[in-house]
Design a protein around this ligand. Structure first.
Ligand code: BGC
Length: 756
């Protein structure tokens, strides 16, 4: 790409040289990464290595590239590709690969690194282990719908166990971007729209991946991504511009990352997007000031895939050399796949444009994580262990529990669910019913379709011989013809119950897969309507990676269940829920809009000067109700809960005090259940205006029929803080509302006051 050397470009580069925080090279005081192997001696070993390494050796350590096996080639071509890769390792041109899998293959790479390369530095092998490695869990949006951090942590631990055994040391997860736009394909990878739920899920993932010691044979280093505000893409179009207030940056997008840093995450990934005009991969404010200086992060930062040189297209730098200078000085330690560090930084240093101390610091951070992971002592993986742990019954068990917990019951007229014992014949219909690939979702890791329990298989296994299950696909997920729909309707007509399984294929979600319409594709809608027209009670199961605008289904289906892309145990988990072996307890981590025109639509919006009513000159659309189809935090159960007796024990608190509030929740139905009890607040007047509600806590409680429990929350007043117009974090005196609620749209309401 040719670029002219503009004055502005040069200025940016010169300025960037001076902003780096050269946080002491010693073993940092604030290192929270769970890495017992990081002793002071390690820093001395790094000193000794840095002493011996040439600039080229160091830049090699800061470069990451694809190092995967080439499965599809003929044996000769494959050998040549492997020889190339091993040549790169031997020459120390690269310190980290992504794409390398399997104990055997990665051991081959490691052996060359630690036996044949000049400094014998082990390779750091990273991969996208997003929601499972071989045993696949629900997509992260589904995991978040469980509101069960312990189980999510257990899932991440399983992913870490399988990945590490197969030679992966480092996962590019958790993805903890906050998203308020379901058009964005990557909303599937997030924990949804709420910064607090995002924090909780971020911490659960980091703990699950890293455990108490990242050098353990069943742990990996986590990577919080994409730092930062990637979810703020305009129009929900992937990679698009992010132009947000500083308040939104600090209050919405940064909190999950700060929580991940506090939880000891070993690495972060700098994002593709720009933030208010400055690309995230060359952003001194977010990478240096906030991350390193304010949060005292001492791990390493990797760029996203070529995000360093993409700063050229952003119009922020003139060429790869300029991009590399801006990225490394801002604090991106490792360059993923743009090769700009390896190819240009030596020249820049020679020209005096970058201080070599900056390179030393970045190299130190990378080497430190290699020590932390124990790779210098134990670079290899054990193929026997890989065989033993992969897809074990234990791992599948965790996946099944988490998948069942992630499912959200959105409608259940006349107790259509759980499936009644009177039902003798069930028609299972739809393109996602006998589908083994799509339930694995985007970023399926090394998950394989052949390991998936499909919805049909799971339902058949649970139904046994007492219930006849018939099946018709009806139509394709996308495209195709309507030819199969009449036959599917015939099966439904002949059945006592129809279960229609529709939604998105995995490739309708994920990176680069934003959608401008988020309803069911037309033929799937036709299928649902044809089944409904038979008069047989109809359960619609949605498999998707985002909220869908399913207005018709929400009004006409007897029952509606959001099952997400639920992973390897999809079918078993679905059967658990539909037959009532598991009473659903999932809650939406994201608002379901009625129509795309409402987006961005999130529960924690501002009130405006004219909040929506039926009146004309209020903040509303003339052609749509102002409410969502389903609100954040919403989800039904096979039982019902009554909330009563809200008590605010501390109606007046000081800014350093604690709000104490409680309510009684009673199971008023016939079966045992678990309810997610949610705590919301609203700060009524602020020096910057505050959202109409903010989630501040939640608890999962289990209740037998007729049982009631008092649920207490203690919220430190500090958690009421926000950023004032001067960007100071403040708790301001004044009146607040508080709710204890079953969703963001309901709840028992009380008041309290923060006093001086
Ligand atoms: C994605 C990252 C991912 C990386 C490596 C990029 O395109 O944005 O989330 O970790 O690729 O696969």
């Amino acid at each position: 790409m040719t670029r002219c050397t503009s004055f502005r470009g040069l200025r940016a580069c010169v300025l960037a040289v001076f902003v780096v925080t050269l946080a002491g090279p010693g073993l940092a005081d604030n290192l929270r990464i769970p890495a017992p192997k990081l002793t002071p001696d390690v820093e001395r070993r790094i000193d000794a290595l840095l002493e011996r390494m040439t600039l080229a050796d160091k830049l090699g350590q800061l470069s990451q590239q694809w190092g995967g096996e080439t499965q599809d080639m003929n044996p000769d071509a494959r050998q040549r590709a492997l020889d190339d890769i091993l040549g790169i390792v031997r020459a120390g041109l690269c310190g980290s690969f992504l794409g390398a899998h399997g104990a055997e293959y990665t051991n081959v790479l490691q052996r060359v690194a630690v036996e044949e390369s000049k400094h014998k530095i082990p390779m750091l092998l990273g991969n996208d282990v997003i929601h499972g490695y071989r045993t696949i869990f629900p997509v992260p949006l589904g995991e978040a719908a469980s509101w069960d951090p312990d189980l999510v942590q257990a899932g991440a631990a399983v992913a870490a166990e399988e990945a590490r055994a197969a030679g992966t040391h480092w996962t590019f997860a958790p993805m903890i971007d906050v998203s308020r736009d379901p058009r964005w394909g990557r909303i599937v990878e997030t924990a949804g729209e709420d910064p607090y739920l995002g924090q909780v899920m971020a911490v659960a993932h980091v703990k699950g991946f890293q455990g108490g010691d990242i050098s353990a044979p069943d742990r990996v280093m986590a990577c919080a991504k994409h730092y930062v505000a990637y979810g703020g893409a305009e129009g929900g179009r992937d990679y698009n511009t992010v132009d947000i207030s500083m308040q939104t940056l600090y209050e919405v997008h940064l909190p999950p990352f700060e929580a991940a840093v506090q939880a000891g995450v070993g690495s972060l990934m700098s994002a593709f997007n720009e933030i208010n005009g400055v690309p995230a991969s060359g952003n001194p404010l977010t990478l240096d000031k906030i991350l390193r200086n304010d949060w005292k992060f001492r791990g390493m930062v990797v760029s996203d895939w070529t995000s360093v040189t993409e700063m050229i297209a952003h119009g922020y730098v003139v060429d790869p050399a300029h991009a590399a200078r801006v990225a490394i000085t801002a604090g991106v330690d490792m360059d993923m796949c743009s090769f700009s560090y390896r190819d240009t930084l030596a020249e820049s240093i020679k020209a005096g444009l970058v201080d070599e101390a900056v390179i030393d610091l970045a190299t130190r951070r990378v080497l430190r994580m290699k020590f932390a992971l124990g790779l210098f002592d134990n670079p290899y993986s054990d193929p026997d262990r890989e065989a033993r742990v992969t897809l074990s019954a234990k791992n599948r068990g965790v996946a099944r529990r988490l998948a069942a917990r992630s499912m959200v019951l959105l409608r259940n007229e006349d107790n259509t669910l759980p499936i009644s014992t009177d039902v003798r014949r069930i028609a299972v219909v739809g393109p996602l019913a006998d589908n083994a690939r799509d339930p694995l979702g985007t970023w399926e890791g090394r998950g394989r379709a052949e390991d998936t329990v499909t919805a049909l298989a799971g339902l058949k296994a649970r139904a046994g011989s007492d219930i006849e299950i018939t099946y018709a696909k009806g139509c394709e997920t996308r495209g195709g013809t309507a030819d199969g729909i009449p036959a599917a309707a015939d099966l439904a007509r002949a059945a006592d119950l129809a279960i229609v399984i529709v939604g998105e294929s995995e490739d309708m979600t994920g990176e680069g897969h934003s959608r401008s319409e988020i309803g069911l594709p037309p033929l799937q809608q036709q299928l649902v309507k044809a089944v409904h027209a038979t008069g047989t009670p109809m359960v619609v199961v949605l498999m998707s990676g985002r909220p869908l605008t399913v207005n018709w289904e929400a009004e006409n289906a007897a029952a509606l269940l959001e099952a997400w892309h639920a992973g390897s145990e999809c079918g078993n988990a679905l059967a658990d829920v539909l037959f009532g072996d598991v009473n659903p307890s999932g809650k939406l981590p994201v608002t379901f809009p009625r129509r795309v025109g409402q987006i961005p639509f999130h529960y924690n919006h501002k009130n405006t000067g004219r909040p929506p009513t039926e009146e004309r000159y209020t903040s509303r659309y003339i052609d749509l109700p102002s409410s969502p189809l389903f609100p954040f935090g919403y989800g039904l159960s096979y039982t019902t809960y009554a909330y009563s007796d809200l008590q605010v024990a501390t109606p007046r608190i000081k800014a350093d005090g604690t709000l104490e509030v409680s309510a009684t929740v009673r199971n008023t139905g016939q079966v045992a259940g678990e309810e997610i009890v949610q705590l919301y607040i609203r700060d009524l007047v602020g020096s910057t205006t505050r959202p109409v509600r903010e989630l501040k806590g939640f608890q999962r409680i289990s209740l037998a029929p007729g049982e009631e429990k008092k649920v207490r929350f203690a919220l430190p007043a500090d958690r009421l803080a926000f950023y004032n117009p001067q960007m100071q974090r403040v708790v301001e005196p004044g009146r607040f509302k508080v709710w204890i609620a079953t969703s963001s749209a309901e709840g028992l309401e009380g008041e309290f006051e923060v006093v001086r």
